[in-house]
Design a binder for this molecule. Structure first.
Ligand code: NCD
Length: 321
């Protein structure tokens, strides 16, 4: 695998490989000096055309913990403001030197286009409504750690599915790992066609919640809506918000997830987000070792240096910076 553009690039075997490798990097991240020399001499560039808090900091931290050099491109302070095209920007980045380019853009397909132009490895950090594969990997890892496995689990994805790249990547990953997925949303927040999507649909959150192992709540992505798709936000919150009364309908062992950024009081109540069964902070924490695993697999020195993931894991035990 040269690039990570979609969960389809991995399949269930690839997801398993990333998750197994993640365990080694969780161990590295728990050290007093959470750093290994695995990608020394490599350069990882973040090319973010859209706002981000978690994803960008997480990728940059992951790269640094692997001893890679990092470069950050921020649209607001770059020559994009002077009209430079994405293609010229990519060419410039490669001329300076990049082994991996982490791309986020508001349009679907931009990371794939960058992959056509660049010789570096390209990682999709979210493109339009299309995909956000590393978010799906860190969510899958988080569920596996909390619930043991995804096999046979029932996961509800609640809210603005239509505009959500997180939903699209997560549905693929959860399905590949053996979970069943129910989308819970008003019709206006579902895609026009769900043909080929391995999901059930419900418009009734109260009756779905008692049956699930995971309640995965999405943000109302107002910046991606071109028209009003719900009568008012208050009415949306009334019908689909995860409030305390609804969270009480969940089973004792069920967990609550959200990719962030949360709009507390809209799709999720502040109190629910902070309950003991909410794993929102774990999701963010797991993002770093998951992205370390992805960078390590793509930049390839792992196989050259250690031969296999097993020998890599034992090797990491002794390797420190
Ligand atoms: C999401 C994104 O930007 O795709 N956030 C994230 O990466 N954790 C979800 C969102 O914008 O709501």
């Amino acid at each position: 695998m040269k690039h990570l553009l979609s969960i389809d690039d991995l399949g269930s075997a690839g997801i398993d490989e990333v998750l197994a490798l993640t365990d080694s990097f969780v161990e590295v991240s728990s050290r007093s000096i959470p750093k290994v020399p695995a990608l020394r001499g490599k350069t990882v560039v973040s090319l973010f055309y859209e706002d981000s808090t978690r994803t960008r900091m997480s990728f940059e931290t992951a790269a640094k913990r692997l001893s890679a050099d990092t470069m950050t491109f921020s649209v607001g302070t770059s020559s994009v403001k002077k009209g430079e095209s994405i293609r010229d920007t990519v060419q410039t980045i490669e001329a300076i030197g990049a082994d991996a380019i982490v791309v986020r853009h508001r349009s679907s397909g931009v990371p794939a286009q960058v992959a056509n132009w660049a010789s570096a490895a390209v990682i999709n950090a979210g493109d339009g409504w299309h995909e956000h594969p590393t978010q799906a990997l860190l969510d899958t890892y988080t569920i596996q750690k909390r619930l043991g496995s995804l096999e046979g689990r029932h996961i509800a994805i609640i809210g603005d599915i239509k505009h959500s790249r997180v939903a699209r990547s997560n549905i693929k990953a959860f399905h590949a790992m053996g979970a069943s997925v129910t989308l819970v949303a008003p019709s206006t927040l579902l895609p026009p066609s769900l043909d080929g999507w391995p999901v059930e649909v419900s418009h009734d959150l109260d009756s779905t919640l008692p049956t699930v192992d995971v309640a995965y709540v999405l943000r109302m992505q107002r910046e991606r809506m071109s028209e009003a798709l719900v009568p008012t936000l208050r009415e949306y919150t009334e019908r689909f918000g995860l409030n305390s009364r609804r969270a009480d309908l969940l089973s004792q062992t069920a967990i609550v997830m959200h990719p962030g950024p949360m709009n507390r009081g809209v799709e999720i109540d502040a109190a629910v987000a902070d309950r003991a069964n909410s794993v929102v902070v774990d999701q963010v924490r797991n993002g770093v070792p998951v992205r370390m695993a992805v960078l390590f697999l793509l930049l390839g020195s792992g196989s050259e240096m250690f031969g296999s993931i097993d020998s890599f894991a034992s090797e990491m035990e002794s390797v420190r910076v």
